[in-house]
Design a protein. Structure first.
Length: 439
């Protein structure tokens, strides 16, 4: 065996799983397990909207699984058949998203408009009410006195623990009450637009062929058809446009557009705090390309521009909703209590909240040291750092929920699609001929 052959690295375990059967084996596992998850949700969930989603989504996932099984049979007979290729897999992914997310979302919106009161999660009502308040008072937030004056059973819904930009998704309902003004419809529109633009940026071109044309498909599946994403979009939905904008920011970073990366993550940060850690990592990446200010202008300027008007209208209401309530110091406790390690430590150990907070701070310091010693120089590295960092934070936070896992899962799955040929160098290195850094 020659030395050249001996030094070729063996594919990693994930690559071997992902590429088995031309990628169809993992597709089949994804849709089959999603079918089981949706069926169990339909049978056991305590939330009516979740049970409704499970009944419809199980059929959609099952149809996708059967189609993939057929593709595997075709591939066994004709390995080069277009029916088993990547474009056909994209079609099945689109069908799965339409049936497991968009169809339940539309059905629940129509039923809710017809009078059903159990066809939306509380965050939908909160966002729509914040849109109405923004239109009427100039701020989406109620002050602490106004929240305290509500009946005890309604005080939780009086809180809006989002950034001011999230209220924009509630404006259509404030202007006209019908099924298509449901906030989830506009969450889905925003999500689809951001993801389509990200896919357009990352798609292979004659001058930039893909190393593996299927990695973008896998990342898209993680952001759309996984049950944690499809269920969230159909019944609640506020996290999906935030996630999609963050993925768009990473796509801009991966194609050497630091200014636009800052704008995209800034829009996400104007919706929810979950985007702010991603913004910090992107700014550090921008510094390695001598574009830190361009990234920071959008990443922090847009959230600041969204905060300033409501800060001037009622700063106390802003602090109560955006800071005190998420930190556990509001008039009522947050219902986000999924049994992750941080929550279990906080609930069951002596001084548990302090212990969980210390672990969270330690994880944050470890990430900060890593960023200081080895700042990210590629979009792939940004995505991996954000994925693992948010996963650690979600697991260690005393107040969190299962649905937040959609962020780290999508970031980790999106990373391989950002490994683009010819656009990987930091600003201090020479760019290949024909490749220019642009904002």
């Amino acid at each position: 065996m020659s030395n050249a052959t001996a030094t070729v690295p063996r594919p990693g375990w994930w690559h071997r799983i992902d590429s088995a059967g031309g990628g169809l084996s993992l597709d089949l596992g994804l849709y089959a397990s999603s079918t089981a998850f949706a069926a169990i949700t339909a049978a056991t969930s305590t939330l009516t909207s979740h049970r409704h989603w499970g009944g419809l989504a199980a059929l959609g996932y099952l149809a996708a699984a059967l189609l993939v099984a057929g593709q595997l049979l075709v591939r066994r007979q004709r390995p080069d058949s277009a029916l088993a290729g990547v474009p056909a897999r994209w079609l099945v992914t689109g069908l799965a998203w339409a049936t497991a997310a968009l169809l339940p979302l539309t059905w629940q919106s129509v039923q809710r408009s017809a009078g059903r009161t159990d066809r939306a999660q509380e965050e939908v009502l909160v966002v729509e009410e914040s849109g109405r308040r923004l239109l009427e008072t100039g701020t989406p937030y109620l002050g602490p006195d106004a929240i305290a004056a509500l009946p005890p059973g309604e005080q939780l819904l009086g809180y809006t623990p989002y950034q001011p930009g999230m209220a924009l998704f509630g404006l259509p309902r404030a202007l006209h009450d019908t099924w298509w003004t449901d906030a989830r419809v506009w969450f889905a529109v925003g999500t689809a637009l951001a993801l389509l633009l990200a896919l357009r940026l990352l798609r292979p071109t004659p001058g930039r062929p893909a190393r593996n044309p299927a990695v973008l498909l896998r990342g898209t599946q993680a952001a759309t058809v996984l049950p944690v994403c499809a269920l969230t979009l159909a019944t609640g939905g506020d996290d999906l446009p935030v996630l999609a904008l963050c993925l768009l920011a990473l796509a801009f970073a991966g194609t050497a557009r630091p200014g636009w990366a800052g704008v995209a993550v800034g829009l996400a940060g104007a919706l929810k705090l979950f985007a702010w850690p991603v913004a910090v990592v992107l700014v550090i990446w921008g510094l390695t390309r001598r574009a830190g200010l361009r990234v920071a202008a959008g990443a922090f300027g847009l959230p600041a521009a969204a905060l300033l008007p409501v800060l001037l209208v009622d700063h106390e209401a802003l602090v109560e909703n955006v800071l005190r309530f998420p930190l556990g110091h509001g008039l009522v406790a947050s219902p986000a209590q999924s049994p992750f390690p941080g929550q279990l430590i906080a609930a069951n150990l002596p001084a548990g909240r302090a212990v969980a907070a210390a672990l969270l701070v330690a994880a944050g310091l470890a990430i900060a040291i890593r960023l200081a010693r080895r700042p990210p120089r590629t979009a792939r590295t940004i995505s991996l750092i954000c994925g693992y960092g948010l996963l650690a934070a979600i697991l260690l936070m005393p107040t969190t929920r299962f649905g937040y896992l959609l962020y780290p899962i999508a970031f980790l799955a999106w990373a391989p699609a950002l490994d683009l040929p010819r656009i990987r160098q930091p600003a201090g290195e020479a760019a290949p001929q024909g490749v220019h850094l642009r904002s």
